[in-house]
Write a protein that binds this ligand. Structure first.
Ligand SMILES: [Zn+2]
Length: 443
């Protein structure tokens, strides 16, 4: 590691005190808050009241945390069906902020915050950023989009709360982004992993070695990313890359974060109650079992979410983290059930393909999955960029790599794929989340 980078210095921080609560006290607090939030939703949100009536349940029937499993789920379509303000539990005069999802089709989903909600959000984001060591004196480059998207402002207020110096640069304008990173001496960066790859690549083209910059920590989120991608980012820049999870429906970024151990994400359980369910049977699964993450907000006023089905596939990790935090962890979200592709009857996740591609020497972390259908049969083509050196190699070498990748992908997925190696910078770059899959199949 370059001498330009300071060492990460984790350690106990006042703002992190709640991360170390005694488990029994935490469960008591969760139960009290759960009862309050369910009561609040029942009294103020017709949609929720009707759902409860539908199953003949009343808030006072919640006696233990296990009773959560009796409550009805909330799903994304509930937010669309009640657009724009139907799930609000506070009158508009108490709502001080609205955010909305970008929504690729139709209406976006809208989320609301009271002053108390914004305070809670700022506090969980401060705890998240403090976990792997952001502190006063850090210069933070926030490359998440500012606007209706929750990323920009969520990170912004959390970093300010810690006393860090925030540069609200937002996404895009990559050359200026790199100039600012270098000239202002940014020590921390926030970005989607996809956009940061683009920054790394542009810096290399400009002849800037990111190992020589003071940048030491990056927080990446808003889309699933793999361990292989983490290694690529860390090796290309010399920073430590941390996963930070959240979603607008729940609060925005700030639901959970990796500490310096990079071994699962600590859930801020005093604000969010996490369950893992079997997505088909809806049964609540024990610690260690993989399933869909379901979250209940315990403190949200303006828009409480009861048992929200995130579609993210993960597990609650058994045991305590080496960092000493008592709040539980979920494993990194590698895939979303929404991302699942069904190819010739086989379930395929883009992240499985990414992991295989990045394991191979000579490939670059820029790829695209193109699905077509020929004579009723699904075809899958993976276009992946290779280094200029590989590309200019003898034809035999390219063919060798192509075969190696196709074999490796087939080994993992059980489906034969066509691999096409392309020159660097061929695949379109994104300033936000990646568009990895192009589905050209028509029924
Ligand atoms: Zn930890």
């Amino acid at each position: 590691m370059s001498s330009a980078k300071q060492k990460i210095q984790p350690g106990f921080r006042a703002e992190s005190a709640l991360d170390y609560m005694a488990p029994h006290a935490l469960r008591e607090l969760q139960l009290k808050r759960l009862r309050d939030v369910v009561q609040r939703a029942w009294e103020n949100v017709k949609h929720f009241h009707d759902r409860m009536d539908g199953i003949g349940m009343k808030p006072e029937q919640l006696r233990t945390l296990d009773d959560v499993a009796r409550l009805p789920f909330t799903v994304k379509t509930d937010l669309r069906d009640t657009y724009p303000f139907g799930l609000f539990a506070s009158p508009m005069k108490e709502v001080v902020r609205l955010h909305a999802s970008s929504g690729t089709t139709g209406k976006p989903i809208v989320v609301a915050y009271t002053k108390t909600d914004l305070e809670a959000w700022t506090s969980v984001m401060a705890r998240a950023l403090a976990a792997p060591g952001v502190h006063e004196g850090d210069i933070v480059q926030n490359a998440f989009g500012y606007g209706l998207f929750t990323g920009g402002l969520g990170y912004h207020y959390g970093a300010e709360r810690l006393g860090a110096t925030v540069i609200p640069v937002s996404g895009g304008n990559t050359e200026r982004q790199i100039m600012i990173m270098k000239d202002f001496g940014a020590t921390v960066v926030f970005s989607t992993p996809t956009y940061f790859l683009h920054v790394i690549e542009r810096a290399q083209q400009l002849g800037i070695d990111m190992h020589e910059l003071p940048l030491r920590i990056g927080f990446f989120g808003a889309e699933p990313w793999t361990e292989a991608m983490r290694r690529h980012i860390e090796e290309a820049t010399g920073i430590k890359a941390f996963d930070l999870y959240g979603l607008s429906e729940i609060i925005g970024p700030g639901v959970s974060v990796e500490c310096e151990c990079q071994d699962g994400l600590h859930i801020f359980e005093d604000h969010f109650y996490a369950e893992i369910i079997d997505p088909d049977t809806h049964e609540v699964l024990p610690e260690g079992a993989e399933g869909e993450l379901v979250l209940t907000t315990l403190t949200k006023q303006a828009m409480p979410m009861i048992r929200y089905r995130t579609r993210d596939i993960t597990c609650i990790m058994p045991g305590q983290c080496a960092c000493g935090r008592t709040i539980r962890r979920h494993r990194r979200v590698g895939r979303r059930s929404d991302d699942m592709l069904i190819i010739r009857g086989v379930n395929v996740f883009p992240s499985q393909i990414e992991a295989v591609l990045l394991e191979c020497e000579g490939t670059l972390p820029h790829y695209q999955i193109v699905l077509t259908r020929e004579r009723g049969l699904d075809q899958i083509e993976i276009q992946v960029e290779v280094t200029a050196k590989v590309f200019s190699d003898k034809v035999g070498a390219l063919e060798g790599l192509q075969k190696k990748l196709a074999d490796a992908v087939e080994h993992v997925l059980g489906v034969r794929v066509l691999v096409t190696l392309v020159e660097p910078s061929t695949i379109q770059r994104s300033e936000g989340k990646a568009k990895r899959v192009i589905d050209r199949r028509t029924s």
